[in-house]
Write a protein that binds this ligand. Structure first.
Ligand code: SF4
Ligand code: SF4
Length: 135
């Protein structure tokens, strides 16, 4: 759930659609550390209460069809995973218009008045300024 209010090509409506589903994004090591710090609990407590761990894959648990942290918004906002912070402004949109169409259809925050080429240009500029993690 990205929340950059200054971007005209995307403004999050806080609809929560991206926090719903039976699985969540995966948390990398830095995400795990950030979340533990934000929740002020031990790793074991966070893992038991909030994580679904399968081998080396760590995701958040889901409850009633949404992320365990979704409560009319993100209740772990400061410690949310980087993929949540990035969504829906993902590099995959740049290489394939189908990705843009699919994401636009699921995210009402994307400015519908922009063509794919216009959106792509603004997204590329945004990613150039902000990207510090790899896909
Ligand atoms: S689906 Fe889009 S508009 Fe809705 S909360 Fe997620 S990022 Fe925001
Ligand atoms: S961590 Fe927050 S932004 Fe990410 S899926 Fe859960 S509720 Fe949504």
């Amino acid at each position: 759930m990205c929340n950059d209010k200054d971007m005209t090509f995307f403004t999050c409506t806080q609809c929560g659609f991206c926090c719903h589903g039976e699985s969540t994004v995966s948390l990398d090591e830095e995400d795990q550390t950030n979340m533990i710090s934000a929740l002020n609990l031990s790793r074991e407590q966070v893992a038991e209460k909030y994580w679904r761990v399968s081998g080396s894959i760590v995701q958040m648990k889901t409850i009633d069809g949404h992320c365990v942290f979704y409560k009319d918004g993100c209740s772990v906002y400061r410690g949310r995973p980087w993929r949540c912070a990035q969504w829906p402004l993902v590099p995959a949109i740049l290489g394939d218009e189908n990705n843009f169409i699919i994401i636009k259809n699921s995210c009402p925050g994307i400015n519908r008045s922009l063509s794919y080429e216009e959106f792509k240009k603004l997204l590329a500029e945004h990613l150039e300024k902000t990207s510090d993690r790899d896909e």
